[in-house]
Design a protein around this ligand. Structure first.
Ligand SMILES: Cc1cc2nc3c(=O)[nH]c(=O)nc-3n(C[C@H](O)[C@H](O)[C@H](O)COP(=O)(O)OP(=O)(O)OC[C@H]3O[C@@H](n4cnc5c(N)ncnc54)[C@H](O)[C@@H]3O)c2cc1C
Length: 436
């Protein structure tokens, strides 16, 4: 049996970047991915006519540094595209633009005083320089006194409920602070924003990475779910899949923490397992619909109306041209739910019918014959829940083993998950492992 220098679990952007950097650093690398495609949460699928698109909507921001850096290193800088996008908010039966100070002043759902309070919020947010000082507060405890209860109720509470479902009151203030501070800095004075994409999508980018790893002598194996490990004292010797054993000198785990806990069950003590299982996650159900007509000119529509079950309606082809999707329009309806929620268990047809019924209420001109095709994707560990005092309980990269480390989405903090930080952490863990 070959012994690899480094064996990596997970072929999302963290694992792929780590494998690429390690292979570049001269290590023999093996990456094991349970799915049939690389890319993880940023992976793609094909409709029946071979049109490829992400399972879950993806873009990156114009102030993200690590995705463009990697793309440049891969020699494909010319394939980065920037697109001006429109964002909006659906509330009280209509779409409101809320990007610029002028849009905020026109937002009649609030009184003039409250509109001004909403507009001034960005300056209050910028005053916070040290996130640790607000980590003990929930978003409500921090934000409501700053913007007032009416603004909180109309603008922020519905968004939090839609995004964090049963955890909306648990999430700590840092998440909101980062979002407001980061998004504020990506907009120009008129509120416009350019978002970035890779030609052919994140699926193509992940395949480019796989090819680069293989060109450097590394190996990526798909459809290989790691189920357990074999150990010797304080070292892991090999990873076990249904039909294989893969030996290594060093190991990196990149899946969600509860999956890592399941893999390590039986070989680490119960305190370590409890720590891995302490971080809660929400799942995401994403309906991807292809239409022969466009719904609106908005790319990203936050849904703040409590009668609607999605956090967002994202018309991808208002970002990347319909010409890249056989002229059809691609729309995502995103919903975050706890996997114990009844909605999680609905079959695709029942979920689709309910979602389209709601979409028709939002867009009354939408006719059934606009719908060409659809797919539904579910990710159980889509969003880590950063509760109060998160930095005190999120597991570190170290494991009870001297030759194994964890680099996972839940460790991205105080930033929120994203491919940009997955790539950053892939670089970091690879550099750390190379030095040992
Ligand atoms: C709805 C949604 C929208 C998003 N939108 C954006 C966006 O617009 N822009 C952006 O930058 N980011 C976005 N993200 C976040 C982004 O997708 C993630 O931050 C990033 O892809 C995480 O990469 P990762 O490698 O850390 O984790 P993952 O992508 O979760 O990769 C982990 C990999 O491990 C594999 N795996 C799991 N168990 C095993 C096992 N036992 N054996 C082997 N392999 C295993 C999984 O299949 C997966 O491929 C979004 C996420 C979601 C859910």
């Amino acid at each position: 049996m070959k012994t690899y220098d480094v064996v990596i679990v997970g072929g999302g952007f963290t694992g792929l970047t780590a494998a690429y950097v390690l292979a570049k650093n001269g290590k023999s690398v093996k990456l094991l991915e349970s799915e049939g495609e690389p890319g993880g949460l940023a992976g793609t699928f094909q409709f029946a006519d071979h049109v490829k698109v992400e399972k879950f909507y993806h873009h990156w921001f114009n102030n993200d540094l690590f995705v463009p850096e990697l793309v440049k290193e891969l020699g494909l800088e010319g394939d980065i595209t920037l697109h001006a996008t429109q964002t909006g908010m659906y509330f009280n039966g209509r779409i409101w633009k809320l990007s610029s100070p002028l849009d905020v002043l026109r937002f009649e759902a609030l009184s003039l005083v409250d509109r001004i309070r909403l507009g001034l919020l960005v300056f209050q947010v910028r005053k916070v320089k040290d996130w640790k000082k607000i980590e003990h507060l929930s978003v409500r405890e921090w934000l409501e006194p700053l913007c007032g209860s009416k603004v909180y109720k109309v603008v922020w509470e519905p968004l939090l409920k839609a995004k964090f479902s049963i955890y909306s009151e648990e999430i700590n203030a840092v998440w909101m602070w980062k979002k407001l501070a980061l998004r504020g800095s990506t907009r120009n004075r008129k509120g416009g924003e350019q978002l970035a994409y890779f030609k052919g999508g994140f699926g193509r980018l992940s395949q480019v990475l796989v090819n680069a790893i293989e060109d450097l002598g590394g190996s990526v194996e798909l459809n290989q779910k790691v189920v357990s490990v074999k150990t010797d004292g304080d070292r892991i010797q090999s990873l076990e899949t249904k039909d294989k054993s893969i030996a290594g000198v060093q190991f990196i785990f990149t899946p969600a923490l509860p999956i890592i806990a399941d893999i390590l069950e039986g070989v680490v003590d119960s305190a370590s397992l409890s720590k891995l299982r302490r971080v809660n996650y929400l799942g995401n159900i994403c309906l991807v619909v292809r239409l022969n007509r466009s719904l609106s000119s908005t790319y990203w529509l936050n849904v703040n109306d409590p009668g609607f079950p999605f956090v967002g309606v994202i018309e991808h082809t208002n970002f990347d041209s319909p010409a890249n999707y056989e002229g059809l329009h691609v729309v995502y309806l995103s919903r975050y739910v706890a996997p114990e929620d009844e909605v999680w268990k609905l079959n695709d047809e029942a979920y689709f019918n309910d979602a389209i019924m709601h979409l028709k209420k939002m867009f009354p001109t939408l006719e059934q014959n606009w719908i060409v095709d659809y797919r539904i994707w579910r990710a159980e560990f889509a969003q880590p829940i950063t509760e109060k005092g998160y930095s005190g309980y999120v597991p570190s990269q170290d494991t009870p083993f001297a030759n194994a480390w964890i680099s996972t989405m839940a460790q991205i903090y105080p930033e929120d998950r994203g491919t940009n930080y997955a790539i950053r952490d892939g670089y970091r863990i690879a550099e750390r492992v190379t030095k040992i």
